[in-house]
Write a protein that binds this ligand. Structure first.
Ligand code: HSE
Length: 326
């Protein structure tokens, strides 16, 4: 049985989910790879990059490192899973991994959107695979669907609920009359929010994700500054109640379409009809709604945040790399 060694950068919400699932499902994953292409391999986490070893006393110390160079210099590590978040040094770490001909998987919507295609360019140059299914809509396999399953379509519009934290807050305020503050606190406790939840509630997180979706759907990166982005911080219980009495619901929607060759994208609070397909997406669930010329309208829904749902998407990328690119 050959071992495919991977390195994990970060052991926070996403990284710890990846580690747990890989440990629990090692045998099943090996079986699935074997069933798919006859390879007998196991996936092994060979190194984990962390900042403070004293926070991970339960982990096998031989796996932990604070020195990224150790991972870069280890030629037996074929895949780097970036789960540290933030733009820097995550971007530089991904670039140097690809330059060392390592395959890279990332859940980092911020770094991917801000790189505006340059990370993909580095991957192309180095003939490695760079995949980031987990960066948009958590566990929902939306990027792969747009890239592969809908290849025979022109996508005309993408809309959706693509931030779990804000949808959770709005749902709690709507259904349980929670205060904004309590709902945000709970979202943080449940591991939905970013390390700094400002990027959830001010709309930046959803902006990065709609930029990635736009790139995949329309073949072009929108300028991040051109995305009209309003957060949810100004939402009031009265606004929510008023919408309810009108048979409507307030949702935080991201939308993008191509108009005369230009991408028009926005992230904002919207009052939508109770019959709208996105009206009943509750809690930390995300949903992406696509309009396609041949396939028609499609709706994809699932957990948009949280440790295991996001880790599930990360592992699907690792699996695909092993399956296709060895
Ligand atoms: N903070 C993000 C969210 C995590 O709430 O959607 C998943 O990207």
């Amino acid at each position: 049985m050959e071992k495919i060694k991977i390195a994990l950068l970060g052991l926070g919400t996403v990284g710890s989910g990846v580690r747990e699932i890989l440990n629990e499902k090692q045998e099943q994953l090996s079986q699935k790879i074997y069933q798919k292409n006859g390879q007998k391999v196991t996936i092994e986490i060979a190194k984990i990059l962390i900042r403070r070893p004293e926070n991970y006393l339960e982990a096998d110390p031989s796996l932990l490192t604070t020195n990224y160079q150790e991972i870069l210099d280890d030629d037996s590590i074929k895949v780097v899973v970036e789960a540290m978040g933030g733009e820097h040094p995550a971007t530089e770490y991904m670039i140097s991994a690809m330059e060392k001909k390592k395959q890279v998987v990332s859940a980092n919507k911020l770094a991917i959107a801000k790189s505006h295609g340059s990370l993909e360019e580095v991957a192309r140059k180095n003939q490695v695979h760079f995949s980031y299914e987990a960066a948009v809509a958590g566990t929902v396999p939306i990027l792969r669907t747009i890239n592969d399953s809908l290849v025979a379509n022109e996508i005309t519009k993408v809309s959706g609920i693509i931030n779990g934290t804000t949808n959770y807050i709005l749902s709690k305020m709507t259904n349980e009359q929670s205060s904004y503050k309590d709902a945000l606190k709970k979202a943080q406790e449940l591991g939905f929010a970013e390390a700094d939840p400002a990027s959830d509630v001010n709309g930046d997180d959803a902006k990065y994700k709609i930029a990635i979706l736009s790139r995949l759907a329309f073949g072009k990166w929108p300028d991040l500054d051109s995305i009209d982005c309003q957060g949810i911080t100004a939402v009031t219980p009265k606004q929510i109640k008023d919408a309810k009495t009108k048979g409507k619901v307030i949702k935080f929607l991201a939308q993008s379409e191509k108009v005369n060759g230009n991408i028009i994208a926005s992230v904002s609070l919207q009052e939508i009809d109770r019959q709208h397909p996105l009206a009943h997406v509750e809690g930390a669930m995300n949903a992406v709604y696509l309009h396609c010329d041949n396939a028609g309208e499609l709706l994809f829904q699932g957990a948009g945040a949280g440790s295991r749902p996001t880790a599930s998407a990360v592992i699907s990328d690792v699996f695909e790399i092993i399956e296709r690119y060895r």
